[in-house]
Design a protein around this ligand. Structure first.
Ligand SMILES: C[S@@+](CC[C@H](N)C(=O)[O-])C[C@H]1O[C@@H](n2cnc3c(N)ncnc32)[C@H](O)[C@@H]1O
Length: 210
């Protein structure tokens, strides 16, 4: 395990529950998916599945990934407890690529995953992989912390826009990063929102594969 992977494993081992329900960002993204009639969703960095389970409850077919196997187990157990069947949850480091055929999904969704410990070249490769596995017209819906956040440039500088605070490494995106990392996807919408207390400042992003 690398440093941040160990960190997340520790968080989930402690039994910390992030939320009993879906995130506001997840709910907004689900509205966008439903408007498009999306069925097949790939989720990156699902954690304990607060948004995964909501997508399943709305009859979407979800393949969820997280590099922390304990988070995957907790998500699968919660799906079972709620009587939601058909979840595919895979323990996988997304930096190693996406193990799916081209044109496999209608949507790639992630909440606060692309804001994790990722070098610029790793983000570039992940975005190219997302482009490859999305069908034409497919959506990439994701959220990231941004450079308006109070913690931006606080703590230990890891380069590539990443700063470590309290053991967590966070990558802070600028508005220009959306175009820099779009990898052939069209940037259709970027909006700012806040989550948590004290509030984190994030961008929500919708990109579309032409
Ligand atoms: C901030 S949490 C968000 C979890 C979930 N999306 C939510 O909103 O509750 C980020 C998640 O990304 C996972 N993660 C970080 N880097 C990863 C990587 N390279 N591959 C797969 N998962 C990763 C962590 O284990 C963690 O569960």
């Amino acid at each position: 395990m690398t440093g941040q992977m160990r960190h997340w494993d520790h968080v989930y081992t402690k039994g910390t529950k992030f939320s009993g329900g879906p995130s506001d960002f997840g709910l907004r993204a689900i509205e966008m998916m439903e408007a498009k009639g999306s069925v097949d969703v790939l989720e990156l960095g699902c954690g304990q599945g607060r948004d995964t389970l909501e997508m399943m409850a709305r009859s979407m077919s979800v393949t969820a990934m997280d590099y922390c196997s304990l988070a995957c187990t907790q998500t699968a157990q919660e799906a079972h407890t709620r009587g939601l069947s058909g979840l595919k949850v895979i323990a996988h480091d997304v930096r190693e690529g996406l193990p799916f055929d081209d044109d496999s999904f209608d949507v790639c969704f992630s909440h606060m995953f692309l804001t994790m410990e990722l070098e610029d070249d790793e983000v570039g490769r992940i975005m190219s992989e997302v482009h490859r596995v999305l069908r034409s017209g497919g959506l990439h819906l994701f959220s990231v912390r941004n450079d308006h956040d109070d913690r931006f440039r606080q703590g230990i500088d890891h380069g590539s826009g990443m700063w470590e605070w309290n053991g967590f490494v966070v990558k802070y995106w600028t508005r220009d990063d959306m175009d820099r990392f779009s990898a052939g996807l069209i940037v259709e919408d970027v909006w700012e929102f806040y989550e948590g207390d004290p509030p984190k400042t994030l961008y929500g992003v919708m990109m579309r594969k032409p």
